[in-house]
Design a protein around this ligand. Sequence first.
Ligand code: ATP
Length: 243
Amino acid sequence: MSKIIEAKNITMTFNMSSEKIESIKEYFVKMVKHQLFFEEFKALNNISFDVNRGDVFGIVGLNGSGKSTLLKIVSGILKPTSGTIDVRGNISPLIELGAGFDFDLTARENVMLNGLVLGYTKEHMIEKMDEIIEFSELQDFMDVAVKNYSSGMVARLGFAIATSVVPEILIVDEILSVGDFRFQEKCEERMSKMMAGGTTVLIVSHSIAQIERLCTHVMWLEKGNMVKIGEAKEVCEAYKKGN
Ligand SMILES: Nc1ncnc2c1ncn2[C@@H]1O[C@H](COP(=O)(O)OP(=O)(O)OP(=O)(O)O)[C@@H](O)[C@H]1O
């Protein structure tokens, strides 16, 4: 089987301010006086894994375990502090709630904006618009500013845009959990079609049932460390038991 993602010794360290700074003015004064101190925080610690072409790869773990950070590194949004990531295929935009949207613009404007940011032509996006509107079922809300959308509506629009062109790698971050059950079913159906066509999927979800249903392989993260990786069923069982 050919590897589509190869991650070696990924470590991600964030600088966290070690004291509370009350204002921007105070921030700049401290910066000029070299009085800004940071503590290093390791969100991911030496993570290595491979994903094969056609895998549906789930990432599970408690809040703050590093799941989204890892997806952002795979998507190229974040550069790891150390380690290497090799991605051999085109990736869908990271489907995270609201990622890439300008909330003051309308849904229709956001579809265009997203498409152009992704490098598609205006004509291509106009062609895709009807299909995106139909899938998201937001016909009556396309000219409403996205700031007035519910989280489920944002999720619908984000999923419809990201899956309007079939990518080699689809990345889904927790978005399915905010949609209603009908929307979830519809998304799963579309993802299944993509999987059948050979698309590799990376998915983060707090729903273990969903991960077990969809995934072939799973990684369990805890406080930035990899606890277990392997066949979905085995890792999910261990995660549920906590060992
Ligand atoms: N840009 C950032 N700057 C500082 N710390 C960050 C940044 N992004 C993430 N973190 C920290 O890294 C840790 C991991 O965050 P991450 O969002 O990857 O966790 P997660 O497993 O996706 O959590 P959740 O299940 O709550 O979505 C958290 O402690 C978070 O505060």
